[in-house]
Every structure is written in C-alpha cells, then in structure tokens.
Design a protein around this ligand. Structure first.
Ligand code: B16
Ligand code: MG
Length: 225
C-alpha cells in the first residue's frame, strides 16, 4: 500500500494562524465579560466557529444570549480575524512546509486541505500556495467538525484517493482524533497523544520517515488480521 495523498490541517500546520484566532476570540470574550487564556484556547483548535463560541459561553457560564446575538459576536470575531489575516504573506508559512510540499509534488503525491476554517482558501491565497494544492475540502459540505472524521474523509474524496492511501497532519488533539476515526495514518505536530507518528515541529516533516512509519503500521495491522 503506497501513500497517494497527504491531507493537511491548516491552522497550526501550514501557518500559525491559531494565534490570530486566539487574539480575536479573546477580544470578543472580553466584550461579554469572559477572560480566556492560551490553555482554554487549546479547546477551540480544530473546532468550528459556532461550537467555539458556544464553548466560550459555557466557560463563562453565560446562558442569556439569543441566537441572533450569538451570530452578531461570531461575525464580529470573524471580521476581527480577517483583519489580522490581511498582513499574511508567504513568509508566514511554517518552517519545512514549502520543502515538504515540493517533495510531495515531485513524488506525485496529492496535497489536500482538511481545515474546518471557512477562511482557508483566502489564507492559502495570501500564502501563495494555491498552485501547489490539489483540493480544499469545503467545511460547509460536512456535517460535523473535528473530532468527527468528516473533513478528512472529504479531503481524501475530493482528490480521489482511498483513505488507506492517505496520511494526515494535525497540531490539535481534536484533529488527531478525527484522522484516526477516518482510518487515515496520523502525523501529530507537537505534544499530542494518539498520533501514529509524532514530530516536534513542521521542520521535521520528511517523506521517507513518514513512509517508513506508514509501512510499519501496515505490517502491524497485517499481523493482527
Ligand atoms: P473560521 P483548522 C480551525 O481550523 C481552527 O483550528 C479553529 O480554531 C477555528 O475555529 C476553525 O478553523 C473555524 O475557523 O472561523 O475561520 O471558519 O485547525 O481545522 O485548520
Ligand atoms: Mg490546527
């Protein structure tokens, strides 16, 4: 079984946009009297906008907001976030990503994006990466955000590759859980549990190491059949 596609999370893997999500949510949370810190922010990674705001409200024990008020704050957060994204340039691509993309292209391995962010196409355009990418899964086309497998299944489907031939890369626990549920080989960036392969940072991405571990897992699985 060979690797035919790599599915990428965006925030925290291709660029450090997670810090902008945090700045924008912190501002909105402050407006409603809730103080969030970086530790709480971990719970928002890979989680869509609606659920993220619901988690902030639950954290602050706020139950009084009506749906139209919630929508007002979610839109305000997105506008703040988009303002922060305006200054994004290819310099903001995380270390090692560009070389890894080129390595995949040279090896005829498809690149597909599995981000739950509706801003993914805009971010990838700002980073000047659209030409290198074969597909971007549309988060509006899936029912559930991470840790459900939906966005990874969609990312594999749009490039026409079976999940058994895919590898996916994530920086958040919810994302690793989603990849594992999709039946895809998982690569975790940073301090994560449950990933099939862990690397300290994106600069450690290397196709040969991934291939080796991908094969090892398949051999272990064969032994259990
Ligand atoms: P938006 P990923 C996720 O992107 C972020 O990790 C998460 O913090 C954010 O709430 C979500 O996208 C939705 O983003 O508000 O831009 O639609 O990690 O799946 O690339
Ligand atoms: Mg992420």
């Amino acid at each position: 079984m060979e690797i035919k596609a790599v599915l990428f999370d965006l925030d925290g893997v291709i660029a450090d946009t997670a810090k902008f999500h945090f700045i924008a949510w912190k501002e909105i949370a402050k407006e409603i009297g809730v103080d969030i810190d970086e530790e709480f922010n971990e719970q928002l990674k890979g989680v869509d906008r609606v659920l993220s705001f619901d988690r902030i409200l639950a954290y602050g024990n706020i139950t009084s907001l009506k749906e139209d008020e919630k929508e007002y704050y979610r839109t305000k957060k997105n506008n703040l976030y988009k303002e922060l994204l305006q200054g994004l340039t290819p310099q903001d691509i995380l270390p090692g990503i560009l070389d890894f993309f080129n390595e995949l292209i040279d090896n005829n391995i498809k690149i597909s994006i599995a981000s739950i962010s509706q801003n993914a196409p805009y971010i990838l355009e700002k980073l000047d990466l659209l030409d290198k990418i074969d597909g971007i899964a549309d988060p509006r086309s899936v029912n559930n955000s991470k840790p459900a497998p939906d966005i990874f299944l969609k990312a594999a489907e749009i490039v026409g590759v079976d999940v058994k031939n895919c590898v996916a890369i994530e920086d958040a626990e919810a994302g690793i859980e989603a990849i594992n549920k999709a039946g895809v080989f998982s690569v975790g960036v940073g301090n994560l549990v449950d990933a099939d392969l862990l690397i300290d940072s994106t600069s450690g991405l290397n196709l040969n190491i991934i291939k080796e571990n991908f094969k090892k897992k398949q051999n272990i699985m064969k032994m259990h059949v």
